[in-house]
Structures are given as structure tokens and as C-alpha cells.
Design a binder for this molecule. Sequence first.
Ligand code: ADP
Ligand code: MG
Length: 383
Amino acid sequence: MVLSTLKTYHIIILLKSSHQEKQQWQFLFIVMIFCILGYLITFVLFIYKLLDIIPILTGLVFFVGSLFIFMSVNIYHSTLGNIIKKKEKHQLEKKELEKHLAEFKHSQSQLIHHEKMISLGQMVAGVAHEINNPISFIHGNIEHLDNHIHILLFLLQLYQQEYPHVTPEIKKIISENEIEFVQGDLPKLFSSMKSGTERIREIVQLLRTFSRIDESEVKQVDIHAGIDSTLMILQHRLQARPKYQKIRILKKYGNFPKIECYAGQLNQVFMNILCNAIDALEEKNNHLSYQEIIDHPNIITITTNVNKNQQLEVSISDNGSGIPPSIQKHIFEPFYTTKPIGKGTGLGLSISYEIIRKHHGTIDFISTPEKGTEFIIQIPIHQ
Ligand SMILES: Nc1ncnc2c1ncn2[C@@H]1O[C@H](COP(=O)(O)OP(=O)(O)O)[C@@H](O)[C@H]1O
Ligand SMILES: [Mg+2]
């Protein structure tokens, strides 16, 4: 009894004053003290041989004892119940906290990636702007220069016809500088220069289309221009290089009007999926001989159309290494990558998933190891 009383005293000290069960425990403690007092009095009466009162006192002690047992069972029951409830609540809160932490980490990584894409977009837009002005006047001036040179060449021809007998000094210059060759070559030079500047202007335009990354509102966009600009940015990875085979791009573009979307963000999705396709092709080539690669050329097929549910469908498929079934359920998880450190971040697909979700669309894939992978994006044409 004394031990139980001491334990109860400890429990009371442990319970904070705000604790709802503290009073019940204090009451139990008082009952215990009464019990102990009862025992002591009975003991004293027994020593002094005052045996008449002992039955009454014993009855009282038994009554208080029963009250004590009843109360203690009740209090233990409610305290235990509360502890179990609190533990469950705590576990739920822990799970919730872990979920928030994972979400926080994800959005933080997205923010970093988004920031990177914004600075890339700004850099690309800056470069495009800087190149645009000089190339525009070079392109414009080439036209005039071409006209002027035509006139001069015509005049030279006329001189040669009208004055066939020239002075020895002019004859010498004509033979030394192969004027006939120059006359024939100049127009060709101009036309190749013109096509060169036209190509630069095209590239600048594509860079501008790609760098819509910081546009924050939904706009009517030519999806094909977005895909083409992304392909242009990736051009260096598509061409044949030492140890890498050329990758053929097969475009099967549908015929449909502009689509409402966040243009820059959708370009980012195309970029992520195309980069993965290129990585998968390179990975597959690593295990093939030169002849095998020649026999099975690398192909990325891009198909677009608008289906009967007014959804834009973009499919990007590669005949690369494919995704093993065991990892297929993980590929959209943030930070999941099978690529070596420095090459993969594991963020491409999780970010693409978020972007497509923001467009109220879906992103799925079908993959067969060693055969290839197809990613299918569907988004409504009106947001
Ligand atoms: N076209 C593909 N072919 C094969 N595997 C792919 C393809 N696309 C994605 N994957 C797999 O999904 C993983 C996650 O892709 P992603 O989120 O873009 O991250 P990362 O490219 O940085 O690894 C890749 O590491 C790769 O294993
Ligand atoms: Mg990737």
C-alpha cells in the first residue's frame, strides 16, 4: 500500500498542473493516505487491546479499500486510454509532418529548377536580342550590296564588250586576279551569305520562342513552334559526334490551331522528355557495335494531334534502352534517377508531371526494355 502511494505521488508530480487527470490522481492519493491511516489506527488499537472498535474500523478500511480499487481501476483506464489516443494522434501528426516535409522539399527543388530555367530563358532571350539587331542590318545590307555588285559586274561586262582592247596594265590585273572567276563566283557568295544570315535569323526566332520561360500567363501558342525551338536548342545532341550516332527526328505534326497554355513551361516539358529520349538512345548505343547501330538507326518520333475530346495529344517516342518494369513506378518521383551523378538530377519527370497537372492534363508512358519508350501528354486545348 505504501509503495502504491509513493508511486501515485510520483505520477502526480509527473502530471502537469493543466493535465485533466491530475485531480483524480490527487483524490486517489488522499484515499490511499486514509487507507494507510486506517491500517495504522487498527494496528495501534490492536497493541492497546481496544478490540471493540476494531471491527468497525476494519469495515471502514475495507470500504475505503474497495473505493480505492474501484477508483484506481477507473483512473488507470482513463489515463491509459488518453495515452493511447495521444500516441495515435502524435503518430498521425508525425506522418502529416513527414508529408509536409516531402512536399516542401519537392517544391523547393522545383523552385530551384524553375529559377534555373528562368535564368536560362533570360540568357537565351538576351543572346537572341543582341544577335537580332546586327544580323538584321547585315541581312538587309546584303540585299543592297548584292544589287550594287550586280550593277558593277554588268558595267564591267559592258566595258569588256565596248572596249575589248585594254591597256597592258589592266590586262595584267585581269589575269592576276582571275576576274572571270570572280565574276562567276560573286553571285554564289552572296546567295550563300544570304542563306547563312537567314538561318541565323531563324535560330534567333527559335531562341525567342524557347525563351518564353518567364511568361506567367496562359497564351495562345503554336505548339509546333515550341517543339521546333526545343529541338533546335538540342541540335548539338542530335547530330553525329565522335562516339555518338546521329539521331533522326521524325515529325508527324497534326493540323490544328493554336493551343492555350503556359508556353515556356510546356517547352520545358518537351525539353525534359526529349533529353531523356536522347539519354536512352545513347545508353542503348553503348551496348551495341557500330554495325548494329547502323542497322538500327536512332529515331525519335514526335506526333501531335487534337483528339475528339478537344485534348491536345503529344507523343514523343524513342527506340532507346526502355524503362525496366521494376523502376517504372518510380520515374515520376522527385530525385529518382538511374543516371550517374552529375548527369541525372531525377527532377525532369517530376517537374514535367507538375506542369502537366497545372494544365489539367495527364502524362503517361509505355515502355518495353530494349525496344523503347513512348511518353504521351494530353492537355485540354482551352485552359
Ligand atoms: N525515354 C526514357 N527511356 C528510358 N528511361 C527513361 C526515359 N525517360 C525517363 N527514364 C527513366 O526515368 C528516370 C527519371 O527521369 P528524370 O526525372 O528525367 O530524371 P533524370 O533524367 O535526371 O534521371 C531516369 O533516370 C530514367 O531511368
Ligand atoms: Mg531527365
